[in-house]
Structures are given as structure tokens and as C-alpha cells.
Design a protein around this ligand. Structure first.
Ligand SMILES: [Cu+2]
Length: 331
């Protein structure tokens, strides 16, 4: 038992870092923590009172010895004590109900205007992401990542192409489901620059656990720079090896699923690869971004993410090397 004690602290590992609901790095998330603390305090006080009464009864009985004393229904304190206890419970429960109601009202933000909107579409098992502003020519498509300007409330429209998923960036806000055939809304207003991790929070099939995404909260200037860079078409390959890779990727089967702006690959059933190498991870958080990992992913997607909708395409070592050179150049 004593050796297992450190295990008790294991859950505390979830209290800091890039994926924690106690982070409070967003307006929504921080207000949830406030609500959580109110619930904890009220239920904590109730718990202590109940346990104190139980212990009191236990020790009183020990002290009396002999047969169990019959509770004295005429005890002068019994009536006021029962009335007080009932009152306390009613008051506590209504207080908690009121607190959640008010919290809900604040989070709804009726009438709020947003500078732009992000449409996130869930697929088994990756996230399609589109940035949309009033200027249609500024639409940007990426996958498995979100960039957000700090201090700006942003509207996120959530959709699904297959089954029910759940969008969750615990550091910033609560969960919201993505449901086929309808659009759900969420507002994200990060208050702290940093790197966070989002995760699908509704079991959606075999690779549900490997359906994460990266969230980069940055200064408004850095965010604008990112958006402008994403607007550009893919850079043409500058070395022979990458050019050979581009040939394979844009004319072979890859182009039947993926899009690379500026080439004739324009399918949309798989992650957009135009600026793939500017992301932090591959295949919805499955592997960190690097040329070696890109090569390894293309060589054997089913080995890294069994059941994933990307088939293994037969390529020899030289072809794989060329493909990874090209993919890694897609900054
Ligand atoms: Cu899922």
C-alpha cells in the first residue's frame, strides 16, 4: 500500500501543461474554474457537516455503552436542527442551480460580433479547419491545428462528416459536440499566449485516441502573419529530389484525396497539405512534425494509425525519400 501511495498523485499530473481543464488560459475555461470552485466549496461544506454528525453519533454511542439508546423524539433541539438542515440543503442546491444558470448566460454572448470564423469539420480521425472572413478570397484551409490571436473572441462553427465527435481544448473552454447534419457553435477567447492541445472527447471509433490537434495562441501580429502565409500557394520544389517527390504526390493516387494549392492536387477528402510542414504534428497529433516522421507516415500509415482512412501506397525507398523531401518543403 505504501509503495502504491505515489500513484495517488498521478491524477495531479493532469493539473498543468498543454492539456488541462485547470489551466484557465481562456475566458470560458477560467469562468468554468470559478463555477467548479463554487461547487467544490458548497459540496465540501455539506460533506464536512454530514461526516461530523456521523462521527458525533458514533462516539456518543461508544460513550453510552450498553444497549443502543432510543433517539429521543422530544429532544428540544431535534426540530430546529432538522429544519435548519433542510433549509441549508435547499439553499445550497438553489445556489448551485443559480450559479450554473448565470454561467450559462455569460457564455452565450448574445449579439457579440466576431472578426472572423473558424469552421472545424471532424472526420474519422482528423480535423478539417477553414478560416473564413467577410472577404472570401481570404479563406484558408488547414488541418489538425488552430491558430488564435490572444485576447480576441473567435467564433468556431463545428460540423461532422461522419459520426459524432467532440471538440475540446481544455485549457481554453469546455467541450462541444460535432454532429452530422448540423452546426454547433463555440466561442474561444484565449487570454494567454502559448501552445495547447485539443482532443476529440467523444468516442468516435478505432482511432479516437489519435484524434488530437495543436492550438497556437499568439500575438495578433503573429497571427496575421500566419494567416497571410497560409494564403499563399505551395512553394514549387527548389531541389531535384523534392521535384521528383512533387511529381509523385501531385500526379499519383495522393492527389485523389489531398489538395496542395498551386498544383493539380485539389481533392478534399483528406488533410490539405499546402503548408503541411508549418504544422507541429502529423496525422492529428500522432507523430511530431519532421521529415523522418513524414517519410515513416507515408511508408506505413496503417502501422502508425491502424484503421486510418489513408491506405499504404506502394513506393520504393528512393520514391519515399523524394516524397518526404517534397512534403518537408511545404512550409
Ligand atoms: Cu473521437
Amino acid at each position: 500500500m505504501r509503495r502504491a501511495a505515489p500513484l495517488l498523485f498521478l491524477p495531479l499530473g493532469a493539473c498543468s501543461g498543454v492539456q488541462t481543464s485547470l489551466g484557465g488560459q481562456g475566458v470560458e475555461g477560467a469562468s468554468f474554474i470559478g463555477l467548479f470552485e463554487i461547487f467544490l466549496a458548497v459540496t465540501g461544506v455539506m460533506y464536512v457537516i454530514v461526516i461530523a454528525i456521523l462521527l458525533g453519533g458514533l462516539f456518543r454511542r461508544r460513550a453510552n455503552e450498553g444497549p443502543t439508546p432510543v433517539p429521543d423524539a422530544r429532544h428540544p433541539l431535534l426540530r430546529p436542527a432538522l429544519i435548519g438542515w433542510t433549509g441549508l440543503i435547499v439553499l445550497g442546491l438553489s445556489g448551485l442551480a443559480l450559479a450554473s444558470f448565470l454561467e450559462d448566460r455569460t457564455l452565450a454572448r448574445p449579439g457579440q460580433k466576431y472578426p472572423f470564423s473558424i469552421q472545424v469539420t471532424a472526420n474519422q480521425w482528423w480535423w478539417d479547419v477553414q478560416y473564413q472572413s467577410s472577404d472570401v478570397s481570404h479563406t484558408v484551409r488547414t488541418a489538425n491545428e488552430l491558430h488564435l490571436p490572444v485576447g480576441v473572441p473567435v467564433h468556431v462553427a463545428l460540423k461532422s462528416n461522419d459520426v459524432i465527435h467532440s471538440f475540446w481544448v481544455p485549457n481554453l473552454a469546455g467541450k462541444q459536440d460535432l454532429i452530422p447534419g448540423r452546426t454547433n457553435d463555440l466561442v474561444l477567447e484565449p487570454t494567454q499566449i502559448g501552445q495547447y492541445r485539443g482532443q476529440c472527447a467523444e468516442f468516435c471509433g478505432r482511432e479516437h485516441a489519435k484524434m488530437a490537434f495543436d492550438v497556437t495562441v499568439e500575438s495578433p501580429a503573429a497571427f496575421q502573419a500566419w494567416w497571410s502565409a497560409q494564403l499563399a500557394s505551395a512553394k514549387p520544389p527548389s531541389v531535384a529530389e523534392a521535384a521528383a517527390g512533387a511529381q509523385i504526390v501531385t500526379s499519383g493516387p495522393c492527389a485523389m484525396c489531398h489538395a496542395i494549392a498551386g498544383t493539380n492536387a485539389s481533392a478534399s477528402v483528406a488533410p490539405d497539405l499546402t503548408h503541411l510542414a508549418s504544422r507541429r504534428s502529423i496525422a492529428a497529433g500522432t507523430l511530431p512534425m519532421s521529415r523522418a516522421n513524414l517519410e515513416s507516415w507515408v511508408a506505413d500509415p496503417q502501422g502508425h494509425k491502424p484503421g486510418s482512412k489513408m491506405p499504404k501506397i506502394p513506393l520504393d525507398a528512393a520514391q519515399l525519400h523524394a516524397v518526404s523531401a517534397y512534403l518537408a518543403s511545404l512550409q
